[in-house]
Write a protein that binds this ligand. Structure first.
Ligand code: FUB
Length: 327
């Protein structure tokens, strides 16, 4: 009897030990850990862009593949995740790679997907193979998870189309909105540009304009709420996220200050802002994933975003807990 109870103790200890080992393994692989920031724990994800479609949020990211200890962006593909509650995320098979654009060379930089008339348009920044510098391409699909294909066979924006910045990476970070039937493309690094898009979403419909924004670095994100247009962007370097507001999408823009502080563990912060099931979310990246996270191995995080009564936005509280399941 005594022996049996000792055996039970041993079995219990072994069971607890095994469960804890399994938990640790799951954490290391990121397979079974749900909730908290960063939201994706099994690979490095950067430059989030989300949109709501039906009952789900679709999240598109870049994929940081730089080896541990190595500096520089190594990014060849874009990833897609979906969620019905902002906490449980399903990864979809890689829907788009740089090599899907025959004219592109490398660098799957920031992107955004938008739906129009049942088609899904994915605007991406990538390096052009023939025209020096970064360029913006657009892919199209019938479903948010693809398959996506190059919608034009050429870039919609190339570096030689914007001459007010002398760097070769000023044509990056597309953000798109359809407002009262008119689509607009915003983008830029060091200068913030915008242009109208034709109804077909794959051609410019007018001149390229430049918006003066204090300390604009990159990552413009355009969104609209209650009659206000919001233009948030990465400011300075290391980056904070700042924002401006306007009653008209074509400005004038009024600078409203800092929205999110320097992450501390990543030079970039790249934001996306959405509303889902009655709450507002700030989706961004930092370098907090153990053990090799940093500026070139970034991870997408989500925290709540709160508006003041006058439409201005409260400063974001970056947390490790993240958000609760949306219902
Ligand atoms: O991921 C490459 C570049 O870093 C993006 O295009 C920028 O927004 C910054 O996050």
């Amino acid at each position: 009897m005594l022996l049996k109870s000792k055996q039970r103790v041993v079995v219990t200890i072994l069971t607890i030990g095994l469960a804890s080992l399994q938990n640790n393994m799951a954490y290391a692989q990121g397979s079974a850990v749900v909730g908290g920031n960063p939201i994706i724990k099994d690979k490095y994800t950067a430059d989030p862009a989300a949109f709501v479609y039906g009952d789900s949020v679709f999240l598109y990211t870049g994929h940081d593949e730089a080896a541990p200890g190595k500096d520089g962006y190594v990014m060849h593909e874009w990833l897609c995740y979906s969620s019905a509650d902002m906490v449980h995320w399903t990864e979809h098979s890689v829907p788009l790679r740089v090599k899907d654009f025959a004219w592109a060379k490398d660098d799957a930089w920031a992107s955004q997907v938008i739906e129009r008339s049942g088609k899904f348009y994915w605007y991406v920044a990538t390096e052009h193979a023939a025209i020096k510098g970064k360029a913006i391409g657009v892919a199209v699909a019938d479903h948010p998870t693809g398959p996506f294909k190059d919608a034009r066979g050429s870039a919609i924006i190339t570096n030689d189309m914007t001459t007010d910045a002398t760097i070769s990476w000023d044509d990056i970070d597309p953000s798109v909105i359809v407002d009262n039937g008119q689509a607009y493309l915003f983008w830029g690094n060091s200068k913030c540009h915008y242009a109208k898009l034709k109804q077909n979403m794959i051609e410019l419909d007018g001149p390229i304009n430049t918006i003066a924004l204090p300390n604009f670095t990159e990552a413009p994100w355009i969104h609209k709420r209650n009659g206000w247009y919001y233009l948030s962007y990465a400011s300075g370097f290391p980056e904070k996220i700042a924002y401006a507001m306007s009653r008209s999408i074509e400005g004038p823009w009024q600078f409203k200050g800092i929205l999110n502080e320097v992450a501390g563990n990543s030079n970039t912060n790249h934001q996306s802002i959405i509303e889902f099931k009655g709450k507002s979310y700030f989706i961004y990246h930092n370098g907090s994933l153990q053990t090799d996270g940093g500026s070139f191995r970034r991870s997408v995080c989500i925290d709540y975003l709160y508006y003041n009564r006058d439409g201005t936005i409260k400063r974001i509280d970056m947390t490790t807990e993240g958000v609760n399941p949306a219902r």
